[in-house]
Ligand binder design. Structure first.
Ligand code: PLP
Length: 407
């Protein structure tokens, strides 16, 4: 009896937070540096929550790239607004499961509302959230195969690897079309699409190119992979870049890219929702409502996104994206003025590729702060890649660092 009480007490303080949460937030502000090794094996006895936070803080907080650093301009991973930290904490505490309506009455409504808000920007009817556009693409192509009977998937050689993965998983033939000099699908090379799912990319991962979306609707089924570029639709200034996306049958968008969400957050949207859902839903004895899509249990990633949209409005999202686009433009103009630099092209969606002409790209990186840019290989050459995902970047400092590095 005495022992049972102890276990109850332990469990109370394990599961119900006290002042430890404030301590966690303090550590987030300070980022302590003193690293202590973690135990080699799984410890039998715990050190307690507070000590765990102290032990882990220098590792978890200290040894991660700061995506909000004024010099971070490298990847499609944005810094996250603090409203998403707060709502993600709520999510972790409640651990709702979208699979079970009983555990997530509001979270399911929140996701529905979110899709009601966002789908009109893409002329879609509805959809659901998933962990990333890798799954969003797979889900859309699954619906293309089973609801629309497509026999092959056609995409450009610049399409994301998730399209190739999906083709292989679904056992559907995959035809890759060469790209033109702008990095878009070469329209002249596209053959018969009468039984095909055409995948167009709105913002390719390597160069940010947008395939000709005028092709949407020409195939038996068109899916637009707008993992990166999709949020441009929320910007009145840039929405026109994705003109034609309205004619797609489905669209994938990664919210953990240009919608500034913590991972894992993405949307798959369908023009004919009922037809798609009928093909990708499973009922089961323990399910109160059918499981739609690839994932089973999944969390309430709609809540941080809903909170961000409430806090900022579409205008706030557009401001961040427009500012990022403007910084990418400034960088590209600066690069085009440097005689020792070859600019690949002016950026379409905030992705800028260039390479130094007076040294190797690898050597050039050594002259720059780590994490300022990423790299990619295109036509056998290594290019420096800048991605405008960080609205807090200091573009004047970044330009100055590039100038100094190529001297
Ligand atoms: C990032 C990306 C993906 C994959 O999205 P994840 O969210 O990383 O799974 C798919 N397509 C394109 C064009 C991307 O840039």
């Amino acid at each position: 009896m005495h022992q049972d009480n102890n276990i109850m007490n332990n469990n109370n303080h394990r599961f119900l937070a006290d002042t430890g949460l404030e301590h966690a937030i303090d550590l987030l502000r300070q980022t302590p540096q003193a690293l202590e090794n973690l135990p080699d094996g799984l410890p039998q006895f715990g050190i307690g929550e507070r000590q765990t936070l102290d032990l882990l803080a220098p590792h978890v907080l200290g040894r991660a790239a700061r995506l909000d650093s004024p010099l971070a301009f490298a990847h499609m991973d944005p810094p996250t607004p603090w409203i998403t930290w707060a709502t993600t904490l709520w999510n972790a505490r409640l651990n709702q499961n979208l699979l079970h309506p009983a555990t997530s009455p509001f979270a399911r409504d929140a996701e529905k509302k979110l899709l009601d808000w966002l789908t009109p920007f893409f002329a879609m009817q509805g959809g659901h959230m998933c962990s990333g556009s890798t799954l969003a693409n797979l889900t859309a192509l699954w619906a293309a195969r089973d609801a629309h009977g497509i026999k092959k998937i056609v995409a450009s050689s610049a399409a994301h690897i998730s399209i190739g993965k999906a083709a292989r998983l679904l056992g559907v033939a995959y035809e890759q079309i060469t790209t033109n000099t702008a990095g878009q699908i070469d329209t002249a090379q596209i053959g018969d699409l009468s039984n095909a799912c055409l995948v167009l990319t709105a913002g390719t991962t390597a160069t940010g190119a947008i395939d000709s979306l005028a092709l949407a609707g020409r195939a038996k089924y068109t899916h637009v992979d707008a993992a990166w570029g999709g949020p441009l639709r929320l910007s009145p200034t840039h929405a026109h870049l994705l003109k034609g996306i309205d004619n797609a049958d489905s669209v994938a968008v990664s919210a953990h890219k240009w919608l500034f969400q913590p991972k894992d957050s993405a949307l798959v949207m369908f023009r004919d929702l009922e037809r798609a859902n009928a093909a990708i839903s499973f009922g089961g004895a323990y399910l109160a409502s059918p499981n739609i899509g690839v994932q089973g249990s999944r969390g309430a990633s709609a809540i941080p996104l809903l909170a961000t949209l409430l806090a900022w409005g579409s205008e706030g999202i557009a401001e961040c994206i427009d500012h990022s686009m403007a910084m990418a433009h400034t960088l590209a103009v600066e690069l085009s003025r440097q005689k020792n630099i070859r600019l690949w092209a002016m950026p379409d969606t905030g992705v800028t590729l260039f390479r130094p002409l007076n040294m190797s790209s690898d050597n050039f990186f050594k002259h720059l702060p780590t994490g300022m840019f990423s790299s990619c290989v295109l036509d056998g050459q290594t290019w420096v890649r800048a991605v405008a995902a960080n609205p807090l970047a200091d573009i004047d400092n970044i330009n100055a660092a590039v100038r100094a590095a190529v001297q």
